[in-house]
Design a protein around this ligand. Structure first.
Ligand code: COA
Length: 597
């Protein structure tokens, strides 16, 4: 079928839908819902058999939904309607939630139901549940809907609130007054729920030292305590710990309210920048935390307490597991230094296999663009950051006393998708998406990708992957040799299989031979071209990017980073996504002025 995806942004779910439908052989084009006319033009040019909206905040124009079958993927159970579905599900402590694929009609989310899927809720942020459970269920409903449409004999179910199976209801947009934390009254469980429900957007508005901030990234603390609810009682790795009436919570990120954005072009004219985006809490609060004590933890030897931890290590049956769960998968210079230190110590442990676990939502998304944007000198900070990641990659590649595995449960982008390849083996979850390219950020890239990627997929595919900024699904990743194994999409099953396979590798009679072969391969490669030479060449390109020179003449890194961090919407859908624009440029121009519909 010819399927047009209409989406508010090319987010993780839209990328996954793109990959899955493409795998099934459908002809896919994508348009961002930047304006009603953009949508109309895409429809007129592509003439789709079906329109699917995996993530849509805007309304589809009536002349589109009345003439074409449009399926909206709604992150709610049957009958649920409104713009804050997941927020309410978390706030109301729903035990089970779901995703519904419905037909677009005049009233929002009230069309006939083509498919639904449910899942068990777990404690976690809205974004985390969206990336794991919602995405999993949404893909099921999308694929089921497509199958039903193709069968031509399925009749969708009208929404009927008299049906006892319809448990959902129309709910309003959740307001800040409903999200607000009353520190004198709310217990830890309520605070966690409130912050989770607004994370990653819009956050919970709160006051700290007389200033208003949005709160993100909440974690329960089981040891530290303070007398004054709401007071900051400790800090750790950029996060702050605040007392509650019955315990304490960590808050990792803040965004200052109501700061005027300084547009990028004004920055170039020397206007002072404002930190009007999400950042580690300590970076936002600065000197006001001078008297707040640090609360250190050792990632290698940690009690099983609830607390804020980004890096931690566990060990069983000769296998070590190093977790690095950085918020949004972004790795700042300091985070890289801490990870390198933890990695070196993990390598010293008497194990045979070391598994790199990454984080639960993202394995890694490379250098920390927000922290770089906030730095006094972003070019210098970019340089420190990329060298920080490169040091980790070099350490993994040159590990001689262990076999290493990248266990990829969360998706990965840019440099993060290259770091994965530093390990000897790559095992990834079925639903993972890689974005192994730097071009959209105006970067050449480092992380030894010029050594690691062609070694795995060959020089032609390496070029294809890095030059066309498209997402890569795991079926294709396995077929081209990017990864070695695909593990199941269900968390518990994934973890069980991972551990079983890693332990089997450690106990394998072939272990000694495999380790020997690894060392020989590294020596051969080093002789052919030293790692330092790959790094130097990559960093030379990066230096040009950081200096503001364009890579490939298309994108300026500092402007691209500004737009990314400030969430500036693009002016048009990128040509590599909008296949319809490539179909008939002449017809496209004709349709644009005035739009003939
Ligand atoms: N630095 C800082 N923040 C990052 C980040 C990075 N490298 N990569 C992702 N994020 C943040 C996003 O801003 C977003 O923040 P939010 O919590 O305010 O919503 C969050 O992580 C999720 O990212 P999003 O883009 O919504 O996820 P996605 O699944 O739709 O897309 C990527 C994933 C990797 C394609 C996309 O995030 C991306 O292009 N990241 C930039 C990668 C990069 O260029 N790194 C630098 C070069 S090494």
């Amino acid at each position: 079928m010819r399927i047009l995806l209409i989406s508010s942004s090319y987010n993780g779910l839209c990328q996954r839908a793109h990959v899955e439908l493409d795998n099934l052989g459908h002809d896919i084009s994508i348009t961002l819902a930047l304006s009603a006319d953009d949508v109309r033009t895409a429809v007129a040019l592509f003439q789709p058999d079906l329109i699917i909206c995996p993530f849509l905040k805007e309304k589809i124009p009536e002349d589109v939904w009345s003439r074409h079958l449009c399926i909206i993927v709604h992150p709610g159970i049957r009958g649920d309607r409104g713009p804050s579905s997941l927020d309410w599900a978390i706030m109301n402590s729903e035990k089970e939630w779901g995703v519904t694929a419905l037909q677009a009609v005049e009233e929002m989310d009230a069309g006939d139901i083509w498919a639904t899927a449910t899942f068990k809720m777990r404690p976690g942020s809205k974004a985390s549940i969206y990336r794991r459970e919602v995405t999993h269920a949404a893909i099921r409903t999308i694929l089921e809907t497509v199958e039903r449409i193709e069968s031509r004999d399925f009749v969708p179910e009208p929404l009927d609130y008299a049906n006892p199976d319809v448990r959902g209801q129309l709910r309003p947009l959740m307001k800040q007054s409903e999200r607000k934390i009353d520190w004198e009254v709310d217990n830890v469980e309520t605070i966690l729920r409130k912050i989770h429900a607004g994370d990653s957007a819009p956050g919970v508005l709160d006051t700290i030292n007389g200033e208003e901030y949005y709160l993100f990234g909440v974690h329960e603390e089981s040891r530290l305590r303070g007398w004054q609810p709401g007071a900051i009682i400790a800090q750790r790795h950029g996060a702050i710990c605040r007392a509650a009436i019955n315990g304490a919570v960590w808050i990792s990120h803040l965004k200052k309210k109501n700061i005027d954005k300084v547009p990028f072009y004004k920055r170039l004219l020397g206007h002072q920048k404002q930190l009007e985006f999400k950042l580690p809490a300590a970076l936002v609060l600065g000197h006001t935390l001078d008297d707040i004590p640090e609360s250190p933890i050792d990632p290698l030897y940690m009690e099983n307490d609830k607390t804020f931890k980004e890096i931690w290590y566990e060990e069983e049956n000769q296998v070590g597991y190093l977790h690095f769960d950085f918020h949004n998968g972004a790795m700042s210079t300091e985070q890289c230094h801490r990870l390198l230190d933890a990695y070196r110590r993990a390598v010293q442990r008497p194990t045979k296999v070391l598994v790199l676990m990454g984080g639960t939502d993202f394995w890694s998304n490379g250098i920390h663009l927000n922290v770089i944007e906030a730095a006094d000198n972003p070019a210098n900070e970019s340089w420190r950051n990329i060298n920080g990641i490169d040091d980790i990659v070099r350490e993994i590649i040159t590990t001689e006393n262990k076999l290493t595995i990248s266990s990829v449960w969360g998706s990965a982008g840019a440099g993060g998708a290259m770091v994965i390849l530093a390990a000897d083996k790559v095992w990834a979850r079925e639903g993972v998406i890689f974005n192994p390219h730097y071009k959209t950020m105006g970067l050449y890239g480092s992380e030894y990708w010029t050594y690691l990627l062609p070694k795995r997929v060959g020089p032609v595919k390496a070029l294809e992957l890095t030059e066309t900024p498209l997402p890569l699904g795991m079926k294709k990743a396995k077929a081209i040799g990017y990864i070695d194994e695909i593990l199941p999409d269900t968390y518990e099953v994934y973890q069980a299989q991972l551990r079983q396979k890693a332990e089997a590798l450690a106990a394998s009679p072939d272990f000694g031979r495999l380790l020997g072969e690894k060392r020989e391969r590294r020596q051969r490669d080093e002789k052919a071209k030293p790692l330092a030479a790959y790094r130097a060449a990559e960093l030379q390109h990066m230096q040009m990017n950081f200096a503001g020179k364009f890579y490939g003449g298309e994108v300026n890194y500092h402007e691209a980073r500004y737009n990314f961090v400030h969430k500036i919407r693009p002016k048009e859908t990128a040509a590599y996504l909008a296949k319809h624009m490539r179909l008939d440029m002449a017809r496209f121009n004709e349709l644009r002025q005035p739009l003939a519909y």
